[in-house]
Design a protein around this ligand. Structure first.
Ligand code: ZN
Length: 107
């Protein structure tokens, strides 16, 4: 999975070469965002090191670009990823906890 072009950048902040992953969400993260994902709690995101743990294909079916299509469906094209710790954590909470940017159902 890490060889995929798709997963060479952190799904949340675009940092290069993510070494962490949320295996229940199926996304790759930098160490900073992995910390914020830990803060969300395991009911939302289960973070593991990519290096130390073995992975099964089922655990990483999503991948970063599909995850962005789902969790960032309503983000404007002009959106710029937050880069400071506090704004980045707020973005991650809005994205996965409140699901603020997710594609809305029609009903
Ligand atoms: Zn990141």
């Amino acid at each position: 999975m890490l060889r995929d072009e798709d997963n060479k950048y952190c799904v949340d902040c675009d940092a290069k070469g993510p070494r962490w992953a949320s295996w229940n969400l199926g996304i790759f993260l930098c160490i900073r965002c992995a910390g914020f994902h830990r803060n969300l709690g395991v009911h939302i995101s289960r973070v593991k090191s990519v290096n130390l743990d073995s992975w099964t294909p089922e655990q990483v079916q999503m991948g970063n670009s599909r995850a962005r299509a789902v969790y960032e469906a309503n983000l404007p094209d002009s959106f710029r990823r937050p880069q400071t710790d506090s704004t980045l954590e707020g973005f991650i909470r809005a994205k996965y906890e409140a699901k603020k940017h997710i594609a809305k159902q029609c009903n």
